[in-house]
Ligand binder design. Sequence first.
Ligand code: UT7
Length: 325
Amino acid sequence: MYAKLAGWGKYVPETTITNHQLAERVETSDEWIQQRTGIRERHVASDDEHTSHMASHASRAALEMAGVDAADLDLIIVATSSPDYLTPPVSSQVQDQLGATNVGAMTMVVGCPGFVYALVTADRFIRAGDCEKVLVVGVELISRMLDWDDRNTCVLFGDGAGAVVLTATEERTGVLSYVLGSDGAGAEHLIMPGGGIAEPPTHETVDAGRHYLQMNGREVFKFATRVMGSSLQQALEKAGLTIDDVDLFIPHQANARIIEFAAKQAGLAPEKVFVNVGNYGNTSAASVPLALVEAHEAGRFKPGDTLALVAFGAGLSWAATVFQT
Ligand code: UT7
């Protein structure tokens, strides 16, 4: 059996914050942000919105498109680094909100590549003959993890969710190859140091802002440009394909310059690269599925096309897959 991309959906919160609005709060400018990242605005969740709500919105759209009832799912995988709670897993909240009674659900915390990891995992469950219908979600409510006075991070990220439904088919579709990688030696370059088990929250950790996301942008940039091209190349080789076989490259939307660098290195023409970072900023695990959905809405791929999905982020970690739609 193979996995077929049967439905997809997205959700972004209504409220947007422009670069100009950010420039009123921290020392930055629309020009700096656009030149260095390509980001124009980002969406942020309202106070009463949770990660699970965003995931459920996107999931309902994907289930409806696939014509799959939530109760008939065999598995739900939610990729996120911003769950409602450290425990219980957010995937159980999503399962409950969807009315997917007693369906197995798990959360994958693999930073920005989380959705690609989850997609590959779902594909493997279907290929093994263990599941027929799997929901895969990439969701992030990262705005609540940011120090809005830290210009190193607050200008870069945004909230959102994307979901896909994979169903079993005899046609040869789904994951043709994949590469999963991690390098924990680079952990400190993208980290929320406080609030977990290593540094449980105390008045001191909270006063010091240790529960906010911290990033060494230059190091992550260097790492990203290194792994994007190499993991794409490895995935293509594993699939027995070349870059010319790729119909559309859907990279993690962290920074337009990183995407441009990776595309150039791979020898991809701009029309084969999908970019929507300008409207959303970096939505971490939601960025690849959000881009996938919008690429389809824009008519950028059709059934039978070969997609290359590549992501990198906290861990440090990365993932690439060549996926046939
Ligand atoms: O999903 C993975 C998550 N993270 C990423 O993908 C981030 C990867 N890194 C990046 O995208 C880039 O490194 C950034 C966009 C974060 C920064 O761009 P850069 O071209 O690497 O800039 P830089 O860090 O080398 O900083 C250049 C200057 C510095 O000033 P000095 O030292 O040259 O005087 C920074 O202090 O820009 C300054 N700067 C800013 N200026 C205005 C840093 N942040 C800002 C800001 N507005 N928001």
